[in-house]
Design a protein around this ligand. Structure first.
Ligand SMILES: [Mn+2]
Length: 194
């Protein structure tokens, strides 16, 4: 089996994150100490059909905010490293995924420009004890550090858990499509430079 394994370590005064990302792999093991966030990341990698190992801890006694945001930063960096290390990718991806009453759409251009558009209004503010608006920080950090143009929209839904889960499944499948190796050598831009 081919591999595009990338290992990342990031330690700050707030969080400590160790990650292995392999866009051609299949091993998944997620432990951030935030169960709902683990569930979302697992759904993303599983349905994206890529390998993701995360061992993370941080000042969640203050607020899970730093850990969620920093996990997005490290995933973005790992995706960037994947391209730098293993070569040119397809760049674009688009997926629409339902989960029961909810429907989510994710569109990506992993072309070197960090931008995030997030349209999701969660009817319940919490899923378990996870504060749903925090997901926004993860998506923004991922787009910014990965230099990815990321559009996420949960078109509709009635249950915040379902809505988030359909978003993460769609994100996984879209990352998988966009980060497939390209047959073309070099920079995938008609400008010749990104
Ligand atoms: Mn679930």
């Amino acid at each position: 089996m081919s591999t595009r394994e990338i290992k990342k370590e990031r330690v700050t005064k707030e969080t400590s994150i160790s990650m292995v990302l392999d866009m051609d792999g299949d091993k998944i093991s997620i432990d951030t100490g935030i169960p709902f966030f683990d569930h979302m990341l697992h759904a993303m990698a599983f349905h994206g059909n890529f390998g993701l190992t995360i061992q993370a801890s941080g000042d969640t006694d203050v607020d899970p905010h730093h850990l969620v945001e920093d996990t997005g930063i490290v995933l973005g960096e790992a995706l960037k490293d994947t391209v730098a290390t293993y070569g040119s990718i397809i760049r674009f991806g688009h997926t629409v995924i339902p989960m029961d009453e909810s429907l989510s759409e994710v569109t990506i251009d992993a072309g070197g420009r960090g931008y995030a558009v997030i349209k999701a209004v969660f009817p319940q503010e919490y899923s378990g004890n996870f504060h749903m608006p925090l997901l926004r920080e993860f998506f923004i950090a991922l787009a910014s550090s990965g230099s990815i143009t990321l559009h996420l929209e949960c078109r509709y839904g009635e249950n915040s858990h379902h809505m988030a889960e359909s978003l993460f499944k769609a994100l996984g499948k879209t990352l998988s499509a966009a980060f497939c190796l390209s047959k073309r050598e070099g920079v995938l831009s008609t400008k010749g430079k990104i």
